[in-house]
Design a protein around this ligand. Structure first.
Ligand SMILES: Cc1ncc(COP(=O)(O)O)c(C=O)c1O
Length: 364
């Protein structure tokens, strides 16, 4: 018998949304639209293609472990110092690095429920106690989260906008919270969807890390930048925090192509703006549909919407799959009865809403 750590024996591997090919085969459909993983339906900036075309293949060499060029571009873009950044293999790896650095048996970590699954997953692997605080009206209940913090709390996770509800924490709520979290507790603010936000009272936590040294903000190239397959994420924090995390980071964690593509993507903010605008138009279309059909939903600041069907989520997903749309069942996300749909292109939105309409019709 192998000597597996007891903490991992009950863990399940992450189950990603079904792939397009799987669904095509299973349902014998020619065309499939995947609206399950909050990817960018508009792809990525043409500047990325250009950069990759001009790339001289040099795969025998290790990538720059320090991601110097990307680091400098990002620092200039954000107006931070290069030493205030850490680059990772997606946000997933930053969550892993932070967990590995701070969590262990005897410590605890506080998070919302439901929220992005990887905070809890990594905490369990590290053997820390997980303290989950139910969302209140789909939003982080910061007061109750504060109540869960004690002298053994090492990390608190805030996902804003939150996956799977799309809700956000306002600047005022966040600063009031940060004022009260002890300085020896790291607050991890996951801003994977921040570039989609249009709410005026949302403050990217980026502007706060100078004021609060117990804060790390995570961002990613997987969402609005459209580069999920290349795995580039990053963290922004006071350099004392970055210096602690760096030795835990695998030395060559972001690859050559990812670094190159991320730099090119960063340069094209016009593309980002247009994705943000189109996403907002798409969301409005979903809102109007839900209101017309008396379906409850959470107003979203992200590129997805959580709709409450008040019936078996799996049934909705199966129906939509049969019509060629892959969406995410709220059952798996800790919100039974709901379905999370990624906002697609105009045509995809029209199509999936038509299919949802047919589902509602079929239940009359
Ligand atoms: C809130 C949140 N954080 C992080 C991630 C993972 O992002 P990455 O692709 O950068 O690992 C996701 C992906 O869905 C997410 O929803």
């Amino acid at each position: 018998m192998m000597k597996w750590r007891t903490k991992i024996t009950d863990l399940h591997a992450y189950v990603p949304g079904k792939t397009i090919d799987e669904v095509k085969k299973q349902y014998r459909l020619d065309s499939i639209v995947k609206l399950a993983s909050n990817e960018n339906p508009f792809g990525y900036s043409p500047k990325v293609d250009e950069a990759l075309k001009n790339f001289q293949p040099a795969f025998t060499r290790y990538p720059d472990g320090h991601a110097l060029q990307l680091r400098q571009k990002m620092a200039a873009h954000l107006g931070v110092d290069p030493t205030e950044l850490i680059f990772t293999n997606g946000t997933d790896e930053l969550i892993q690095i932070v967990s590995r650095s701070l969590l262990e048996p005897g410590k605890n970590t506080v998070m919302a429920a439901p929220t992005f699954s990887q905070y809890k997953h990594n905490a369990i692997i590290e053997g820390a106690e997980v303290r989950e605080v139910p969302l209140k009206d789909g939003r982080h209940d910061l007061e109750a989260m504060l109540g869960q913090i004690d002298e053994n709390t090492a990390v608190v996770w805030i996902c804003s906008p939150n996956n799977p509800t799309g809700t956000y924490t306002t600047e005022q709520e966040l600063t009031a919270f940060l004022d009260r979290v002890p300085e020896d507790v790291l607050v991890f603010i996951d801003e994977a969807y921040s570039e989609y936000v249009v709410a005026k009272d949302y403050e990217q936590a980026l502007t706060l890390f100078r004021r609060y040294h117990h804060l790390i903000v995570s961002r990613t190239f997987s969402k609005i930048y459209g580069l999920a397959g290349l795995r580039v994420g990053y963290g922004i924090a006071d350099r004392t925090i970055i210096q602690k995390l760096e030795p835990v980071r695998p030395p060559f964690n972001t690859n050559v192509l990812g670094q190159l593509a991320a730099q090119a993507a960063l340069e094209d903010q016009t593309f980002i703006q247009s994705c943000r605008d189109k996403n907002r138009q798409g969301l409005e279309r979903f809102y109007a549909f839900c209101r017309r059909n008396s379906l409850a939903f959470y107003p979203s600041q992200a590129n997805f919407i959580l709709i409450d069907f008040q019936c078996d989520s799996e049934e909705v997903c199966r129906f939509l799959l049969g019509r060629g749309y892959i969406v995410r069942s709220g059952e798996a996300l800790g919100m039974p009865g709901t379905v999370r749909v990624t906002i697609g292109s105009e045509e995809q939105n029209r199509g999936v809403l038509e299919a949802i309409g047919a589902f509602l019709e079929s239940r009359k």
